[in-house]
Design a protein around this ligand. Structure first.
Ligand SMILES: O=P(O)(O)OC[C@H]1O[C@H](OP(=O)(O)OP(=O)(O)O)[C@H](O)[C@@H]1O
Ligand SMILES: Nc1ncnc2[nH]cnc12
Length: 242
């Protein structure tokens, strides 16, 4: 990412020019739209949803803030908290995720989605995972950091963009064969997400795929994951330059 105009508080917003992109791979919404168009036009409901999702993505991207050298030097930190402090943005985020899930997993929109469980990663996956689960008619199951969950647990140790960590899930949290979507705010190195995916599989879940708000493209975290990966917003194409 090119040098960012920094504000006094050392945070900055994403440049407006980068608000309309979504993933490092082609936007599945756009692909679906163009293939329908090739067949003579979009179904009206589908076209309306594509337009709604595209508008929401712009608003959400504009709502993010960036902090250089946080939490350690060399990291450009993507702050998602403004998406929650604004009722409009929070509503838009949940709607965008709901639209994205229906589009990429070819499920019905809303509570008839057929998704059984949304798995959210501690901590930031807890901010929107339960709300999304309610919208999808699914349950919510947390992946927690070590030592927080009682009873029998499965454990995975992993490396992430700034350090090492340990995740756990309760072994009876997911019924074998349950359709699972893993959600988190950001995929950076992919270490956290890969560990969560391994836990879901150890529990016998049917992992449909991952949904992230943002991807730090340059870290190629999605290469570590062996289930479909979808992100609402594109993120950093390169790391912070000193
Ligand atoms: O792709 P990775 O390199 O694994 O990094 C991504 C993870 O890092 C952040 O969580 P963090 O562990 O900082 O904890 P938090 O959610 O509690 O702030 C973020 O919320 C992701 O879970
Ligand atoms: N650059 C980053 N910004 C915000 N959260 C992160 N988690 C891992 N890397 C991150």
């Amino acid at each position: 990412m090119s040098a960012l105009p920094l504000q006094d508080d050392s945070s900055s917003s994403h440049p407006a020019s980068s608000t309309s992109t979504s993933t490092s791979t082609p936007d599945p919404t756009a692909l679906t739209a163009s293939s329908h168009a090739a067949q003579g036009g979009l179904a009206p409901a589908h076209a309306a949803r594509s337009t709604e999702l595209a508008r929401l993505k712009v608003d959400l991207k504009n709502g993010l803030r960036q902090y250089p050298d946080f939490p350690t030097p060399g990291i450009l930190f993507e702050d998602i908290m403004p998406l929650f402090s604004s009722h409009t943005l929070f509503t838009g985020l949940v709607r965008a995720l709901e639209l994205q899930v229906a589009d990429v997993f070819h499920t019905q929109l809303g509570v008839h989605s057929d998704v059984d469980v949304v798995v959210g990663l501690e901590s930031r996956g807890f901010l929107f995972g339960p709300t999304l689960a309610l919208r999808l008619g699914a349950g919510f199951v947390p992946v927690r950091k070590q030592g927080k969950l009682p009873g029998n647990v499965e454990t995975e140790t992993f490396k992430k963009e700034y350090g090492e960590d340990v995740f756990q899930m309760q072994i009876d949290a997911i019924k074998p064969g349950a359709k699972v979507v893993i959600v988190d705010d950001i995929i950076a190195t992919g270490g956290s997400a890969a560990a969560a995916g391994n836990l879901v599989k150890k529990l016998g879940g049917n992992l449909l795929g991952y949904i992230f708000i943002m991807e730090l493209d340059f870290l190629k975290g999605r290469d570590k994951l062996d289930a479909p990966v979808h992100t609402l917003l594109s993120g950093q194409e390169e790391g912070l330059k000193s």
